[in-house]
Unconditional design. Structure first.
Length: 203
């Protein structure tokens, strides 16, 4: 998993509440188990019309936000059915950080497991960042995970809270497999001792 340390980039405003996982990545794209290739279908029903053409009014189709790495969204982001494809699609598009007042629990947990930083803030702080995001490429935002700070284009600083363990995992690029591999030496020693004591199990 790619480390998350400091991210400076364009933030896209998406002031819609209750964006569910089917809006993030519709069910017809869940057939794959690959984490790549889903970015083109992110927010599919909002980004494209019935003929498959881009909807020009949708924020991620506009030149100022096509390369957005940060998403400032409405309340209860990621609600609906559980699907890990939702953070996969965001990440494949290039979104590394989502900021909202609240997230659905399963989506929130899945973000950390895939290298995305979800940040919960008070509504007034989200409103400030939403205003910054509306300025497009002329106003970049910096998210500093180590300092737990968001720095706006005009020098304003917003602090955010995060669980220390999740912070550690993101800073070091550790997903569940990475955490397990940190104990590889102990696991190998255990397996060797198990075979020594019970050799028939290795037959």
């Amino acid at each position: 998993m790619e480390k998350f340390t400091t991210l400076t980039g364009v933030a896209a405003p998406l002031p819609i509440v209750n964006i569910d996982t089917d809006m993030i990545i519709p069910k017809q794209f869940l057939k794959t188990i690959k984490r790549t290739g889903l970015g083109k279908s992110l927010f599919f029903e909002m980004r494209y019309d019935e003929a498959g053409n881009e909807v020009p009014d949708f924020v991620l189709n506009q030149s100022a936000w096509r390369g957005a790495q940060i998403l400032v969204a409405g309340d209860n982001f990621g609600c609906g059915s559980s699907r890990e494809h939702a953070p996969w699609a965001l990440l494949d598009f290039g979104i590394r950080c989502v900021i909202a007042t609240s997230f659905a629990d399963i989506f929130y947990n899945n973000c950390f497991k895939n290298g995305i930083l979800p940040i919960r803030l008070a509504q007034a702080e989200v409103d400030l960042l939403m205003d910054d995001a509306r300025r497009g490429a002329n106003a970049t935002v910096t998210v500093d995970l180590a300092a737990q700070e968001i720095r706006g284009p005009d020098g304003g600083i917003i602090r955010f809270d995060i669980d220390p363990f999740r912070k550690h995992c993101l800073l070091n690029g550790l997903d569940d497999i990475g955490l397990t591999l940190q104990k590889e030496e102990a696991i190998t020693a255990f397996e060797a001792e198990r075979v020594r004591q019970f050799p028939w199990l290795a037959a």
